[in-house]
Design a binder for this molecule. Structure first.
Ligand SMILES: C[S@@+](CC[C@H](N)C(=O)[O-])C[C@H]1O[C@@H](n2cnc3c(N)ncnc32)[C@H](O)[C@@H]1O
Length: 233
């Protein structure tokens, strides 16, 4: 899980095209369920998708990370942001759209938890509402033994992140080390990402078991594919 601050998270993903991704979501919603007004961003992180999505919808969010939520609230002051687990949450509102993006679903690690999360998402959808889940890698796609290097820079903060890919059963292991340089000096952080590797068939069966019709778009928002669920009326 993330050990770095919201500020450093935003530097690391500073080149991710959140605005374009929000437009892809908006286009798909316009095609499939025009007139949608409300959206819940599950695992919203620091709320950069919400910054853009809130131009079109009333956007609320939920995430496990309290520090990230502070930044999300700043980005979308009209939104309600709750600290919670996507496998076990209950909000007093339903939404026309629920999204769970940037492979966040992988953090629940087990298929049983994916099923629980999908039931939670469905419970928060209005009839005919849409669910967008951007998956993590499948077991075939995840290649152990690779080293990843990312350099990022913004507002005088320079970050070098190196990660290594490994696997344990159906869970990808991705230990990462960060070297962060600022005016004050250098800092070192370490975190490990453990994420479930699920086949497309497993995910599609989990959607069906949760009472959601499902389509799969192989491209999605950034080439990782996208599951599009619909709450059956
Ligand atoms: C890759 S980040 C994506 C954040 C944001 N959606 C984005 O696109 O930048 C994964 C997010 O999932 C959140 N997360 C992980 N497990 C979670 C859980 N069980 N319930 C809610 N949020 C979770 C983390 O705190 C983190 O913000």
């Amino acid at each position: 899980m993330y050990g770095i601050s919201a500020e450093y998270y935003d530097v690391v993903y500073g080149n991710k095209n959140y605005e374009r991704e929000a437009h892809v979501v908006r286009r798909m919603v316009a095609e499939r369920r025009p007139g949608s007004q409300s959206l819940l961003d599950v695992a919203c992180g620091t709320g950069v998708h919400d910054l853009h999505l809130s131009r079109y919808y009333e956007v609320d969010g939920i995430d496990l990370n309290a520090d990230f939520l502070v930044r999300a609230r700043e980005r979308n002051p009209r939104g309600h942001y709750s600290e919670g687990d996507m496998c076990d949450f209950s909000l007093d509102r339903m939404y026309d759209i629920v999204v769970c993006l940037f492979s966040s679903i992988g953090y629940v690690r087990t298929l049983d938890n994916v099923r629980k999360a999908l039931v939670r998402f469905r419970e928060h959808l209005t009839d005919g509402g849409l669910l967008f889940v951007e998956p993590w890698f499948t077991p075939d796609e995840w290649i152990p033994g690779r080293v990843h290097l990312l350099n990022a820079e913004r507002d005088g903060i320079k970050i070098c992140r190196m990660g290594h890919s490994a696997v344990r059963g159906a869970v990808s292991l991705n230990p990462c080390e960060y070297l962060v340089g600022t005016e004050e000096g250098l800092q070192h952080y370490r975190e490990t990402h453990e994420m479930g590797l699920f086949t497309m068939q497993e995910v599609q069966e989990a959607f069906a078991a949760a009472g959601l019709a499902v389509d799969y778009d192989p491209i999605g928002l950034m080439g990782r594919g996208l599951y599009i669920g619909t709450k059956k009326e």
